[in-house]
Design a protein around this ligand. Sequence first.
Ligand code: TYM
Length: 339
Amino acid sequence: MEQPITQVQKKTVLSGIQPTSRLTLGNYLGALKNFVAMQEDYDSYYMVADMHAITVRQNASELRKRSIEILALYMACGLDPEKSTLFIQSHVPEHAMLNWLMCCNTYMGELSRMTQFKDKSAKHADNINAGLFTYPVLMACDILLYQANYIPVGADQKQHVELTRDIAERFNKAYGDTFTIPEPFIPKVGARIMSLQDPTSKMSKSDPNPNGYISMLDEPEVIVKKLKRAVTDSEGEITPNPERAGVYNLLSIYSACLGKTIEETAAEFAGENYGTLKTRTADAVVSMLEPIQAEYKRLLSEKDYLGEVIRNGADKARARAVKTVRKAYHKVGFDSYKL
Ligand code: TYM
């Protein structure tokens, strides 16, 4: 007898970005661009990680406003609320509910090895709070709540996804199969966009020198100016050598914008000078960001629509998250049917 055709269940994707300030070209090329590409083929959950943002002191009304703006920026990049679940983390209390369980299954030693904790505690020496330390556990909960298979992130988040796998495996071993083990999904080109002023350190929205980063909302003239000033070297030749950090970074940006490999791009620029590389990189960045900026401005004027997307997103996310919390609570011996 012929087998009935069954629909193959889509795998799940989850990721998030902190609403700490305006997003950079690094956030876009390392993560957001993949969020958009993946929404077609996966059951996708994309959140604004506002709970993570308060590990560093925030102004309340600015945080609230920025969280909505980042969600609008997600949509301006092409995330479609009909295809993906778009939500703000704090609107789904299950993140905090799972957090305690997972804190009790994570070792202090594991958390103290996290590079981001070491970096952030050095930067905010006056506010090394417990949240900063346990932050990767909350990130693990974000992922595990939705039983996500793939996590599109830049290279700097790989360590956190690996920790998530370790915590989930530990829990599954102790209590029986509960969580899907996730895998990081890191782009081949653009996973680590570097500062334009110091190409040995990551491009970051918290860089005090605005010439070091390109904001996704920078005006075209500003983008051109920043790229013209980008630090290169004195060799004068364009080759795909990671040791020549400044040139390699420009090649990465150009390649990631156009979806090419670094080798293809380096071949295209063979014999050209740095000025040409900078101008053409600026053109590629501007043509990629301009339509996003226009759509972002349009969306911000649609307050009611945005509010509706945010409320629906939270409902859809909660419906999924509550199932995992019930399951995990029951496994540890809590009366989960009361939830
Ligand atoms: P965040 O907000 O620091 O960065 C958001 C995403 O952008 C990527 N990224 C970069 N990629 C390439 N080059 C760069 N210079 C660059 N800078 C940032 C990051 O790798 C990240 O993918 N903990 C996360 C947010 C988070 C999360 C989650 C992510 C919270 N819960 C669950 C995935 C799943 C963070 O601080 O990212």
